[in-house]
Design a protein around this ligand. Sequence first.
Ligand code: ZN
Length: 425
Amino acid sequence: MSAEALLALLVVVLLADFGLTWVARWLQLRHQPATPPEELAGVVDAAAYARGRAYAMAKARLGFVEALVTLALWLTLIVTGTLAAVHGALADATGGGWWTTLLFLGGVALAFDLVGLPFAIARTFGIEARFGFNTTTVATFVRDRLTGYALAIVLGGGLLALLLASIDAWGTAFWLPYAALAAVVVVLLATFQTSVLLPLFNKLTPLPDGELRHAIADYVRGAGFRLENTYVMDGSKRSTKAGAFFSGLGRQKKVVLLDTLVERHPPDEVVAVVAHEVGHARLRHLPWLLLGNVASVTLTLFFLSLVVDSAALSRALGADGRVLALNLLAFGLLFTPVTTAIGVLLNALSRRFEVQADAFAARSHSPAAMIATLRRLSHDALADPTAHPLYAWLFLTHPAPVDRIRAIAAGADEPTTPARGAAPV
Ligand SMILES: [Zn+2]
């Protein structure tokens, strides 16, 4: 393909991705019923429901402006050849090699992050605060941001440096050894996420002795499951929203409950949440999702190997010849449709697993408690009660509350329509 055709394709892909995202989000807003659905009756009244619709609209408005600004920035940088010019100047100053590539890509990432910063501030201290969710202080916000940068430099920079080394060593055959390395990293991150990464942001403490701990221990024993410890995380430091998750592989398996969940739900409902997480563990959902992620990374690396040496791709961004840094960026953009398609598959798998974990909780604990938890979570998070299929395909890892409740009530393992969850549960 010629450089001109590639440039046109880049522009089309950027516009199509923006269009698809916002058609889906607009359909999602319109898809919600005018009054609270019967599955939420008694928990979500008309006033709370109206607040939920206003919350969804406020988030969509801000998200739309942010996406529009980001799109405009990409189009400007690409069409005017600014990326190539900046890379050229940086190569002159730093001597061209790996350092130039690392600094250039890090700089582009930082620039887009800074463009997103005012939107992140408006989201946290504007919308989330206005709807009563935000508990993040300015100090926590700044600390989170800085910790994120440090992690991006160490993990992201390290992986990028290894990618450059692999390309140097193996040429276009780099994708296979690098995919093997990436698989190891994916598994290590999944195994140690809760014990190593999460404590950088949150405090985890073993669930204190008491009624809840005894109820959980009784349930876990009854289900014949081995669970070393259940942890409580200080989610209330950032938001009033409740949730829980399961993480780790092998002996690192942990169920983590947000303190907001423990405080606001009666023990019977918290046990239902633990049962749901135990369901994820017993049904081996995490290894399957990891396998999906590794397959996705491998496929992406293979396609990257096909264009990594392309001079036309670099010229499309305004360079004179092949520039590795520009090819990596352009590939990331061009590959968006495939990334989206892979996301649709992995989301579908994840939604299926959620329904299975709900069914497990209903079977091994109580359908009524699981439904009560979902109703309360949905109310407290002002969640969209239903999901438009296109929105669910593109974005949702959890079916909508109404669909989850219906599936549990019907005793089914499958939801009737794919749809949205509040916080990860
Ligand atoms: Zn779940």
